[in-house]
Design a protein around this ligand. Structure first.
Ligand code: UN1
Length: 512
């Protein structure tokens, strides 16, 4: 147990699992198909769980509905106090949970810790928010009338999360939803179920200690069929889904057909524009972390570099040199920069993309390949690659969830912005420049069409304080900071007449 994984699993209490669903502390003996979680780090089995069945699902929804009737009556700051304790629970388990995330997902231990830190941060944010769920007060046009708006809890929030941030993205949703008075039903990726079970253990302990009834935090392990149940279920007013555009379209359509709310955070195809006078030192560092961090498996990963022709060759050279220094291997070993892809299916997709690039005429700056050898036994390790392409290539329009970086040239800034915007996705974007005309154009209404637009920092690694999400095929949803909480509540406009007359609005007369 060189990297302490066994110890972490033991301390998190998740060895010998066989239950794939829980309503709070109440683990249900699920009878669905067996899901085995293998680590992409070394190919070893971490644990097996049985997926939930239809009837397990309905049992959980019943519990959740009952719990909601209680939870919505708890004052919001008191709900915040529970979330504060959850933050402390996460602090106490940070190293173990970070290690498990790293081992089950394959991101570096540093990034695993960073992911748990994001969870702690969103807890703190939500605690403050629990005293700030503000509505406006409006002046009525009628005498002796008062108007205001208030926000009420919605009910059950369904959370569908992806393998690449197996725990943080759930927490962005769950912590806000809980202070808002909602109860949560979480369907994690079936590629990372164990990290989700570990979170449920941490959280349910705190709910139990505070005598909160079961069913405020619900977990359900299963494949897309569970996602379909959630999406079609009238009893779930909000479904928040993070993942591929294909999944998001299916969820969005099903939720839309019943006029429920969908909060979608889907694929990105994020670009960094490197201007003529950019600081190349920070440009290269930003591009490098953005492109190869998490082995290219963030929705905010830098996939395209749009480089001014005057600095193009220099950037290409420096990047190739930096890629030459990258250490690829076990992500729990802090000497390595890049870990594995999530599974061999992802490796297949990486290889298909490489084929497509050469078919369309792309030229390798750093050629991609699958790595073999004793350190790469899981078959999930690939070499981060750089290709020179034309922006109109079909493959460049797609998000390939792997470390493949595309280089393109531009002459003037308007052209760069057009290239940046000319993809179906609209999540994150960045410009590296010291020219105020370039940066202001990029941030203007005629500039980047993305939900996130940065100057002199890369496309990934957003802070939790801002609203996170994007436009177009990214789905339009906003999670995490700013006023993203409003998606988790229903707004009610209230008009109160404290006079003895009944004046109608718009001055309408209706006397008998
Ligand atoms: C994701 O990849 O789904 O901006 C989320 C970032 C992270 C979140 C990524 N804070 O890279």
């Amino acid at each position: 147990d060189k990297f302490g994984v066994k110890k972490a699993l033991t301390e998190l209490g998740i060895l010998n699992l066989n239950n794939g669903a829980s309503t709070g502390a109440n683990w249900i003996k699920t009878g669905g198909q067996e899901i085995s979680s293998y680590s992409p780090v070394d190919g070893q089995l971490i644990a097996k769980v049985n997926a939930a069945t239809d009837s397990d699902y309905h049992k959980i929804i019943d519990e959740a509905q009952t719990a909601f009737r209680y939870w919505r009556t708890v004052p919001a700051p008191k709900r915040g106090e529970i979330v504060r304790q959850i933050g402390d629970g996460l602090r106490a388990n940070k190293e173990n949970l970070g290690k498990l995330v790293s081992y089950e997902m394959g991101k570096s231990y540093q990034e695993g810790l960073g992911e748990v830190q994001e969870m702690i941060d969103i807890c703190d944010f939500a605690v403050g928010l629990s005293r700030q769920l503000y509505g406006l007060t409006m002046h009525s046009e009628r005498p002796s009338h008062r108007m205001y708006e208030q926000y009420h809890p919605l009910g059950i929030v369904g959370i569908i999360s992806a393998f690449n941030f197996p725990v943080a993205v759930w927490s962005w949703n769950a912590m806000l939803a809980w202070v808002c008075g909602d109860v949560c039903l979480w369907k994690p990726s079936e590629k990372t179920p164990i990290s989700a079970i570990a979170c449920q253990h941490i959280v349910q302990k705190i709910f139990t200690q505070n005598n909160i009834p079961e069913g405020v935090s619900n977990l359900i392990i299963g494949d897309y069929t569970i996602g379909e149940l959630l999406a079609n279920d009238q009893r779930i007013p909000l479904v928040s889904a993070t993942g591929s555009t294909r999944m998001g379209k299916a969820v969005g359509q099903a939720v839309g057909a019943r006029l429920g709310r969908a909060l979608l955070e889907l694929g990105g195809n994020n670009a960094v524009i490197i201007g003529q006078g950019a600081d190349l030192e920070i440009s290269i560092r930003a591009a490098l972390f953005g492109a190869v961090g998490t082995a290219g498996q963030r929705c905010t990963t830098t996939r395209r570099l749009i480089i001014h022709e005057s600095v193009y060759e220099k950037v290409k050279e420096k990047l190739a040199a930096a890629y030459g220094q990258l250490k690829i291997g076990n992500p729990l070993d802090e000497n390595n920069h890049v870990g594995p892809l999530i599974d061999t299916q992802a490796v297949k997709q990486y290889l298909q993309a490489l084929d497509k690039i050469s078919e369309e005429g792309g030229r390798a700056v750093v050629a991609g390949e699958v790595l073999n050898g004793p350190d790469y036994g899981s078959g999930c390790y690939v070499k981060p690659a750089i290709y020179e392409v034309e922006s109109h290539f079909e493959i460049v329009q797609h998000e390939t969830f792997a470390p493949i970086l595309y280089l393109m040239k531009f002459k003037d800034i308007e052209e760069a912005v057009a290239i940046q915007n000319n993809v179906p996705q609209g999540l994150s974007s960045a410009i590296m420049t010291n020219d105020v005309r370039e940066s202001e154009l990029f941030l203007s209404s005629a500039g980047s069409d993305c939900g996130i637009a940065n100057v002199n920092i890369g496309t990934s690694g957003a802070e939790i304080g801002g609203a996170f999400g994007g436009e177009k095929e990214t789905g339009g949803g906003r999670e995490s900071g700013s006023d993203a909480w409003k998606a988790y509540m229903r707004r009610q406009t209230n008009t109160i007449n404290y006079g003895r007359e009944l004046p109608l609005a718009q001055g309408i007369k209706f006397d008998i």
